[in-house]
Structures are given as C-alpha cells and as structure tokens.
Ligand binder design. Structure first.
Ligand code: AMP
Length: 188
C-alpha cells in the first residue's frame, strides 16, 4: 500500500502519518524530517539546503526525489509507504509514479486533509512555541502557505485526474480525523 497524505503545512499530515505507522506498521516517508535531519547533521546536503528550509521555500526536486528513492525498499518491506510532505510539485509526483512503476507498484490513494488557513497559522504558531522549528515563525509560515498554494496545490487536479484523490475534513479532533482517514483508505 502506498498512500500520500496531502495538504498545506499544519494540516496534520505528520501527526496522522505517525498514527498510521503505529496502527498499520507502514513506514512514514517525510521529506521534511529527512531534510531537517540532514541539516542537523551538518552534512554537505544539510549545508546546501539550510537557508532554503529556513525561508520556507522548496528544495530542488532532484534532492527530494533521491531521498525518497533511497527509502522505498524499506517501505516496501514493511508493506506500505506513507508519503508525508512529498510530492510537493507535479515533477515530484511524476517522478514518484515512475519510481514506483519501476518497482511494479503504484500510489494507491491520496488523502487530502482539508483545513482552513486561519487554523493552519494558529496550529503552526503553537507548534513553534512547543518545538521551536526555525521555519515556524509567522513570516515564514505565511511564505510556506504561499508556496503551498502556488507550487503544491496544483497537484490536486493532477491526483483527481488519476482518480486517486480522497478528501478528508482535517478540522476535527485527531481521533476524528484518523477515523475519517481510515474510512477513506478502507473504502472499496
Ligand atoms: P515539512 O516538514 O514537510 O513542512 O517540510 C519543511 C521544509 O522542508 C519545507 O518548507 C521545504 O523547505 C522542505 N521540503 C520538505 N519536503 C519537500 C519537498 N517534497 N520538496 C521540496 N522541499 C521540501
């Protein structure tokens, strides 16, 4: 099973991905987590991407596609991948389709978590207080939303055309959203 959790920053992708890991044993593939780890490790890659992440811009498609490709065997062995924060551009989505096709598999479902903008900003500001992520300042948050609507939201019609898009109300409690995701994934 390969699923994409899709939606703007702060919509709950990471939280819900972790629940699916716990409940279904699948592997969470979060490019944001991978990039933050590279940055924290101070690797060559980390140094190249630090300023981009801190500004809320997108790192290059090549970099994230390579990070994902490296992790596909592990997800396959676990029986499922939950793509979280990837793909973020049409080029990334096309590359993912190709990578999976090369392995004889495909994206099964795309779950879009729908959350209104004001709630996103509130959630991200709260996360900034709790986790201190440098890209969670109000200015960068607003830029990340702009980048989402400009570069990532165009994926919605892309996935809809493939017949894979499932919309889920992301405004409820964590449990309610998890139940809606489960229902969307398990519907025939
Ligand atoms: P996230 O934790 O998913 O919100 O990602 C944090 C930051 O990492 C983003 O604001 C981007 O700078 C970068 N990033 C994460 N995933 C991607 C991706 N698929 N493509 C480009 N940049 C990404």
């Amino acid at each position: 099973m390969n699923i994409i959790l899709f939606g703007p920053p702060g919509c709950g992708k990471g939280t819900q991905a972790k629940r699916l890991v716990a409940e279904r044993g699948w592997v969470q593939l979060s490019t944001g987590d991978m990039l933050r780890a590279a940055k924290a490790a101070g690797s060559d890659l980390g140094k190249r991407i630090a300023a981009i992440i801190d500004a809320g811009e997108l790192v290059s498609d090549e970099i994230v596609i390579e990070l994902i490709a490296e992790r596909l065997p592990e997800a396959e062995a676990a029986g499922g991948a939950i793509f979280d924060g990837f793909p973020r551009t049409v080029a990334q989505a096309e590359a993912l389709d190709q990578l999976l096709a090369d392995r004889g598999t495909q994206v099964d479902s795309v779950v879009e978590l729908k959350v209104v903008d004001e709630a996103l900003v509130q959630r991200l500001v709260k996360r900034a207080e709790e986790e201190g992520r440098p890209d969670d300042t109000e200015e960068v948050i607003r830029n990340r939303l702009k980048v989402y609507y400009g570069q990532t939201a165009p994926l919605i019609p892309f996935f809809a055309n493939q017949g894979k898009l499932k919309e889920v109300d992301g405004m409820g409690s964590m449990d309610a959203v998890a139940a809606s995701i489960a229902a969307a994934l398990d519907e025939k």
